[in-house]
Each structure stands twice: as C-alpha cells, then as structure tokens.
Design a protein around this ligand. Structure first.
Ligand code: NAD
Ligand code: TYD
Length: 339
C-alpha cells in the first residue's frame, strides 16, 4: 500500500506518519509538506531513516507538483492533513487559509480523480459545527449537526468538507471525512494552548488565558486520533463522515491549572487577556458512530494524556527551544503585545 500523507511535518500528520510506519511496516508512506512555519523537518528525523518513508517538499495547492508526485508514486490512499490550522492566525490573515485549506483540497482531489485512488481521506475538525452553549451539557456534535462556522479557519475547513462531499456525489470519488476534537501530544506547535502553557511555564513566563477561561474544549490524545484515521481509511464506509472525540471536556482554566500542577508551577503565572473575537464557547463530540461502526475507543483520558505529554516536552527541550527562539518570538509579540 502506498499512502500520501500531506502535512506530515506538522503536529498530527507527523504523529500519523510514525503511527503508520510502526503499525503497517510493509506500507510505503510519502509525506508531502510545504514546510510552512508549522512544518518541522526535525520532527521527521527518525522517519527519514526508514526506507519505506519518503519526504517531498511541496504545496498541496501546486497542481504541477502534486500531479508529478502522483505519477511517481501511484498512491492507493491519500490522507490530507495539510492545512493552515491556527484560529488566531486566520483572524489576522484569512487569505492563506482559503488557498491551502480549500484550493489545496481541490487540487489533491483532482489528482485523485485523474490518477485513480482507493480512498481520499480528509482530516477535518469539530470546529465546522460552530459552538455549543455553556449551559447545555446535554448537547453534543453529531455527524448530522449543521455546519455553522465562526472563524475564517473553521469556514475554510467547512468549505473543504463541502467540496469533498461534492466530489463524492458528482464524480464518485471514494472519500471519507473525520471531524476530530482538539488534539494534544508530542510535536504540538507551541502557539496552541497546551504546548504554549508547558513551554512558557517551564520558563516561568505568564500564561495568557483568553477572556475568563470558561470556554470548553473536548481534548483527545493525538495517538487516539491517529488510530481512528487508520480504522477509517481501512474500514470506514465511502462517502461517510466520522466524528472523533473522547468525552474529555475541560474549561481552558481547568486545562491550564492541570498542566501547571503537573509541572509543579504556581497558578499565579495565569494572566487573563482580551478574549479572541468570535471565540467559540464549547465543543463536545458525540463519537457513537465511530465507536459502533468501527469499534474505536480512546485509550487515554485527559489526565493520563497530559502526564505523557508533559513528560515528552521535558525530554525534548531542543525540539521546542529551537522553535520558540526565532521567528516564533516575533509572532508571539505581534499576537499578544496589545492584548
Ligand atoms: P499543523 O499546523 O501543526 O501542521 C500543518 C502542516 O501542514 C505543517 O507541517 C505545514 O507545513 C503543512 N502545510 C501547510 N500548508 C501547506 C500546503 N499548502 N501544502 C503542503 N503542506 C502544507 O496542524 P495540525 O494541528 O497537525 O492539524 C493537521 C490537520 O488536522 C489540519 O487539517 C487541521 O485542520 C486538523 N485538525 C487539527 C486539530 C488540532 O487540535 N490540532 C483538531 C482537529 C482537526
Ligand atoms: P487553541 O489551542 O488555539 O485551539 P482552538 O482555538 O482551535 O480550540 O485554543 C484552545 C483554547 O484555548 C481556545 O478556547 C482558545 C484558548 N487559548 C487561550 O486562552 N490562550 C492562548 O494563548 C491560546 C493560544 C488559546
């Protein structure tokens, strides 16, 4: 089996590359990644040593590059992780989100149509459903929940999902979509909440919490997400959408306090800052469909996953220190200096 994994130098994509090389040692994994600020070749150093792995630097929206890769590799499956993924960046500059997340998806699917494919899998997000009120814990996102997006990021991901379903209905492309809740774990870029808290707390810096910290996210350890995608590409039904989540809802303040506690750092580092515009209140996934149809269940609860994650960041300081030393610091200044 030849699998093209786009965005494999990013957080979830790289975890998926390692998951697949370990669990399917006979598969060939080809990573296509543009190496934007979020892509990191250091992350793939171990994978590079595996003869069944190939890295190709390229943009999923670059038709010529993508078609050439399909001609060379004749993939059986494509898993599309490549995306601009940070909500705050999408608020500052939406354009690149539309190009990568929508046009990039279209180009990848055009290549699948042209060269033939067994499965095109789109890695989507629960953010396409918009948000849920804080005072209705009984409500959760199902696959039938209407799309109702809040940020340019989620609007671009929802647009891509609509295109994927259109390519299935119109051209019969064998597609699946997964919509997962917030992930955390190794190789998570330190602009996102959990790695930001870990890396800043380790340097005794303030922890910026948006608004009152009451917003709720449903957290999943990244390896559980990778296993779900592996199941979907092999056993999921064509044309179907699968929600992925592990019933680990926490307020942002609970998340920050759990991480600080794990690091033995004081809660006095917490600083409340101006809220994110349009900030989604609560995400919560109902994962019944994937549990019943594919027998998927998460293996980590939040407390276990956080322990493993904190340990990983402690043991891999050079990985994140390189990131926060350069370019990223300018980004941090531009995002937080006026908050
Ligand atoms: P990330 O930002 O860590 O990584 C994105 C990767 O895509 C990077 O390696 C980057 O270089 C690459 N990339 C960006 N633009 C590209 C382009 N035009 N062509 C080729 N490569 C490009 O993102 P992530 O958190 O790993 O998310 C991966 C996917 O999972 C995204 O599609 C995201 O929407 C989805 N998702 C993320 C979460 C989460 O909590 N992080 C939850 C649900 C779904
Ligand atoms: P994030 O990791 O950006 O993921 P998403 O917005 O896609 O859910 O943020 C998770 C939550 O944490 C979200 O409610 C925004 C909040 N947040 C903060 O309070 N402070 C921060 O510095 C960041 C980056 C996020």
């Amino acid at each position: 089996m030849n699998i093209i994994v786009t965005g494999g130098a990013g957080f979830i994509g790289s975890n998926f590359v390692y998951y697949m090389l370990k669990n399917h040692p006979d598969y060939r994994i080809i990573c296509l990644d543009a190496l934007t600020y979020a892509g990191n070749l250091h992350t793939l150093e171990e994978a590079m040593k595996n003869p069944n792995f190939r890295f190709v630097k390229g943009d999923i929206a670059d038709r010529e590059c993508v078609y050439k890769l399909f001609e060379e590799e004749k993939p059986d499956i494509v898993v599309n992780f490549a995306a601009e993924s940070h909500v705050d960046r999408s608020i500052e500059n939406p354009e690149i989100f539309l190009k990568t997340n929508i046009i990039g998806t279209q180009v990848m699917m055009d290549a699948c149509r042209k060269y033939g494919i067994k499965r095109y899998h789109q890695v989507s997000t629960d953010e396409v459903y918009g948000d849920l009120p804080l005072d209705r814990p009984d409500l959760m996102f199902t696959e039938e929940t209407p799309l109702h997006t809040s940020s340019p990021y989620s609007a671009s991901k929802a647009s891509a999902d609509l295109l994927v379903m259109a390519y299935h209905r119109t051209y019969g492309l064998p597609v699946t979509i997964s919509r997962c809740s917030n992930n955390y774990g190794p190789y998570h870029f330190p602009e996102k909440l959990i790695p930001l808290v870990i890396t800043r707390a380790l340097e005794d810096k303030t922890i910026p919490v948006y608004g009152t910290g009451a917003n709720v996210r449903d957290w999943l350890y990244v390896e559980d997400h990778c296993r779900a995608i592996d199941l979907i590409i092999h056993k999921g039904r064509e044309g179907e959408i699968y929600n992925i989540g592990g019933h680990n809802e926490r307020t942002n303040l609970q998340v920050v306090k759990t991480v600080l506690h794990e690091l033995n750092k004081p809660e006095s580092l917490i600083t409340f800052v101006t809220d994110r515009p349009g900030h989604d209140r609560r995400y919560a996934i109902n994962p019944e469909k994937i549990e019943k149809e594919l027998g998927w269940n998460p293996t980590y609860n939040f407390e276990q996953g956080i322990k493993v994650t904190v340990k990983w960041y402690l043991e891999h300081r050079p990985w994140w220190e390189k990131i926060i030393s350069g370019e990223y610091q300018n980004y941090y200044k531009s995002m937080y200096s006026n908050r």
